[in-house]
Design a binder for this molecule. Sequence first.
Ligand code: ADP
Length: 178
Amino acid sequence: MTDREELIRIVRGDITDETVDAIVNAANSSLLGGGGVDGAIHRRGGPAILEATRELRATTLPDGLPTGQAVATTAGDLAARWVIHAVGPVWSGSEDRTPLLQNAYRSSLRVARELGARTLAFPAISAGVYGWPMDDAARIAVSTVRAVLSSGVGSVEHVRFVLFSDEAFDAFREAAGE
Ligand code: ADP
């Protein structure tokens, strides 16, 4: 595929239903579980995911995963092969944390490339408990992923943004120009 419009799809749904190679989790730095999409992924994926993140904390990531970075684990019982845990920034009204949100998407794509993943699904990172305004979160997400995909580097051929609410779905469609 060469047309970048074909590389990205905006869909409404539950990311734990996705059959892509890897789904991205809007994780927190502890990697030890949270609410929102993180809670849903651990519930549906079973204990293997938490075992894997505990192992990471005990070995390579004793202080947790810094904001803007991403790391992969098994997807446990999910249909996907991997979960890529990415830490988005908490929204701030006084400080522009856009680069950190961009990094969360870029790091996820880098990890996907290292895994050899061809299909990838993202939630709206930082747009839940972390409070990022949805329209802005959607614009940053779509433009950042498009830029990486259109550079043509790596294995990822198809990215799905899987949005859980009408508000998120509409914001991402708008951001994608649909
Ligand atoms: P953050 O802490 O990064 O804000 P959240 O998990 O609180 O992460 O929210 C991120 C987005 O994921 C929100 O828009 C939320 O509605 C959405 N979300 C929650 N559960 C799911 C799910 N099962 N599939 C896809 N998106 C989900």
